[in-house]
Design a protein around this ligand. Structure first.
Ligand code: SF4
Length: 198
C-alpha cells in the first residue's frame, strides 16, 4: 500500500480513494499512479499508526514540501488528515499543502475550513470552471448544483484561517474560461494558478 510517494521533489500523501466528483480529466482515469507512486489504489484506507510508521521511515529533508493529494479527495478523511498533518508538523517545519476539490463543507454538512488552521499552510482548491453549469458538466459532483457556490465559500473561509489559498484550473480548458476563473480568484482574494494537464 502506497501512503507516501514523491512527485517533483515533493512528498505526497495518499489517504483515500474516495471522492465526491468524477472529473472528466481525473488522473485516476489515465493510469494507476503518479510520480514514484506507481499504484495508488488502496485496498483499505491507511490508519494513523500505519501512516506515522511509514512517515518515520522517510528522509524528510530531501523534500521541498508535503502535499496531501493522492488518488482521491484528501478531505474525505478530514480527521485523519488533521492528525497526520499535526504529526508531520511535530517532526518538520516543511510547508504542508492540501490539494482539494473544495467540497468538504458538503461532505460533512458543516463549515470545515477552520479545522485546517495551524496544520495546513497552503490550500490549493481545484476550481476548474467559471460557473456552476460548466462545473457540473466537467466535474460531476454528487452534491449537484450547489457545489460550485460551496467551493467559493470554502475558499473564502480558508482565507481567514490559512496563510496561502490558491484556486487552480487545468490548462486544457479554453483561454476565455481561464481568464474568467482568474477573475473569480481575484474577487475571492485568493491566488490563482494554471496547472498542467498531463
Ligand atoms: S476531484 Fe480530483 S480526485 Fe476527484 S474526480 Fe476530480 S480530479 Fe479526480
Amino acid at each position: 500500500m502506497t501512503i507516501f510517494y514523491e512527485v517533483y521533489g515533493n512528498l505526497y500523501v495518499n489517504l483515500t480513494n474516495k471522492c465526491p466528483c468524477a472529473c472528466n480529466f481525473c488522473i485516476r482515469t489515465q493510469g494507476d499512479g503518479v510520480g514514484d507512486g506507481n499504484f495508488l489504489w488502496l485496498e483499505c484506507e491507511p490508519q494513523i499508526d500505519e501512516i506515522k510508521k511509514d512517515f518515520d521511515k522517510i528522509e524528510i529533508d530531501k523534500y521541498n514540501e508535503i502535499v496531501f493529494c493522492g488518488f482521491g479527495e484528501p478531505l474525505e478523511r478530514l480527521d485523519t488528515l488533521i492528525e497526520t498533518a499535526r504529526y508531520i508538523k511535530s517532526k518538520t517545519d516543511k510547508i504542508i499543502r492540501l490539494n482539494t476539490n473544495g467540497l468538504s463543507d458538503l461532505i460533512y454538512n458543516e463549515p470545515t475550513a477552520q479545522k485546517l488552521q495551524g496544520v495546513i499552510d497552503v490550500v490549493s482548491i481545484s476550481l476548474n470552471a467559471p460557473d456552476s453549469a460548466t462545473y457540473m458538466q466537467r466535474c460531476n459532483p454528487r452534491f449537484g448544483e450547489k457545489s460550485f457556490d460551496a467551493i467559493l465559500k470554502f475558499a473564502n473561509d480558508c482565507t481567514r484561517y490559512i496563510k496561502t489559498v490558491i484556486f487552480t484550473v487545468v490548462d486544457c480548458i479554453d483561454d476565455g474560461e481561464i481568464e474568467k476563473c482568474r477573475k473569480i480568484a481575484k474577487e475571492s482574494g485568493v491566488e490563482f494558478r494554471v496547472r498542467k494537464f498531463q
